[in-house]
Design a protein around this ligand. Structure first.
Ligand code: NAD
Length: 489
């Protein structure tokens, strides 16, 4: 039985610093429940002095607790225990589902196992990847020695609060750093429990700290803090640009930026079974209500199968049912808040004003009270410069473009700003390989759409979609700096 009453859940009321709950800080902000618009709670924002304290605690903890210097296998063992506690915990799913867009069924069956496995993956990295011996002159020994940065500042978005936290904390902690994490102010609760469980698993106090608050106050204080030696950020392209600039001006610290996308799903006439392809396209743009960086929101389909595929998609879109995230039968996510719903509506209306046609959806579900459940929406005849083609909407809206030749399809698939990922659907291997070469994106999926549980595959964008990678060995290596050593003997 996964359903629960959201009014009966005890919520952690603040920050988690040095292994203790803290409720002090500056002004208060309120958190609402996307499923019904009710206020879930109010939290004090971490102001600059509380952020200072959290970072200083982290800096001391990483030096004095021995976290950075202990045998890497010992770090790995603590991380593995943490992953076990995450999987066994009964509170995490409630805290995640209550005030985010994630239905409790998905949280329990996907998000929590995915979070735990990401931590396990990095537990294994702790003693597997190291530096290098470099070929040098005779009587010299050249080495590249990795070492942790010290304190890493991590900032995450609201769309997958727990897994985003695991992608940041897993590699940073495995590499021997301390972390100060600021989750989105829209989804603050589950990460506090996530950090408590790390402590229970044996992570020394102060090595993982959570500070709550807005980007403007808490996030910018974290980026600017002189003891934060690296910033790992996931969020929008606009905020990423601001963080990169702030990090450059406050100590020239390196950044990993996982940013937005406007990803194409390129479907050729020879893609195979239409129902199967339609299922992939559908999941690609409706998962988490379309609020996924990797959402495949541009369907670029070859003329020969366009009508059949669109008809199938319309039928599938009309089968969705809204339901509050604390009901175990709900599978479809609400939009996070009123602002996000307004954005989805504006973009849809702009497309229609420019001559676009709504094939299905285009509005909120009825009888969902103050919950922001948006109907899966298909738009056709959308002009190329429409926001529905150009901008990341972060809602379940798919724009359809039809092409004739392979060259034309590849041109449409490219985006002037974003390059996060792309789906290519074809049974022709040569064509798939040409598309992989031709599309500028950090990830290309062929005959699938979406990540697997293979954490060895990194994720990260080209162009406006980001710098660096999360997941994979690359994320672990990016949490270390490399010292060149030359010894003459
Ligand atoms: P956002 O950029 O508004 O906020 C992200 C985080 O940054 C929040 O915690 C916010 O408080 C903080 N922030 C805002 N301004 C800041 C500042 N000046 N200094 C420091 N921190 C600041 O993004 P969002 O609306 O929370 O999330 C949605 C975005 O995240 C989408 O663009 C989505 O594509 C992107 N995203 C990308 C990936 C990826 O792997 N590429 C994954 C998930 C989400």
């Amino acid at each position: 039985m996964l359903s629960f009453n959201p009014d009966n859940v005890a919520l952690p009321q603040g920050h988690y610093i040095n292994g203790e709950h803290r409720t002090d800080g500056g002004s208060f902000f309120s958190v609402s429940r996307p499923s019904d618009g009710h206020t879930a709670g109010e939290l004090a924002e971490a102001n600059a002095s509380l952020v200072d304290e959290a970072v200083e605690v982290a800096d001391r903890a990483v030096k004095e607790s021995g976290w950075a210097s202990c045998p890497p296998r010992q770090r790995g063992a603590i991380l593995r225990r943490w992953a076990d506690l995450i999987e066994a915990d009964t509170q995490l799913a409630l805290l995640e589902a209550l005030a985010s867009t994630r239905p409790v069924y998905d949280v329990k069956h996907h998000e929590i196992p995915f979070t735990a496995e990401a931590i396990r993956f990095y537990a294994e990295c702790a003693d597997k990847y190291s530096g290098d011996l470099l070929p040098t002159r005779d009587a010299s020994l050249g080495m590249l020695i990795p070492e942790p940065y010290g304190v890493i500042g991590a900032i995450t978005p609201w769309n997958f609060p727990l897994s985003m936290a695991s992608w940041k904390c897993g590699p940073a902690l495995a590499a021997g750093n301390a972390v100060v994490l600021k989750p989105s102010e829209l989804t603050p609760y589950s990460t506090v429990r996530f950090a408590e469980l790390a402590r229970q698993a044996g992570l020394p106090a102060g090595v993982l700290n959570i500070v709550q608050g807005s980007g403007a106050v808490t996030g910018s204080a974290l980026v600017a803090h002189p003891l934060v030696r690296k910033v790992s950020f996931t969020g929008s392209t606009q905020t990423g640009a601001r963080i990169m600039s702030d990090a450059a001006h406050h100590g020239m610290k390196p950044v990993t930026l996982e940013l937005g996308g406007k990803s194409p799903q390129l479907v050729f006439d020879d893609a195979g079974d239409i129902a199967e392809v339609a299922g992939r396209i559908l999941r690609g743009f409706t998962a988490n209500g379309g609020q996924a960086c990797v959402a495949g929101t541009r369907l670029i389909v070859q003329r020969g199968i366009a009508d059949a595929l669109i008809d199938k998609l319309i039928a599938l879109c009309q089968g969705f049912k809204p339901g509050v995230t604390w009901d175990e039968n709900s599978r479809y996510a609400p939009l996070i808040d009123r602002r996000q719903a307004a954005k989805v509506q504006q973009v849809t209306e702009a497309a229609v004003r420019q001559g676009g046609e709504i094939l299905t959806g285009g509005k909120r579900f009825e009888n969902t009270g103050e919950g922001y459940f948006w109907q899966p929406t298909l738009l056709s005849n959308v002009v190329a410069n429409s926001p529905a083609i150009q901008e990341e909407i972060f809602g379940p809206v798919l724009s359809v473009q039809v092409f004739d030749s392979e060259e034309e399809g590849l041109v449409l698939a490219s985006h002037p700003t974003y390059g996060l990922c792309a789906g290519v659907h074809t049974k022709n291997l040569d064509r798939a390989l040409r598309a992989i070469r031709g599309i500028a994106a950090g990830t290309v999926w062929v005959n699938r759409y979406g990540r697997s549980g293979d954490f060895i595959i990194p994720t990260g964008g080209f162009h406006g979609s980001g710098i660096g990678k999360d997941l994979g060995r690359q994320a672990f290596e990016a949490c270390q700096r490399y010292k060149s050593v030359l010894i003459d003997f």
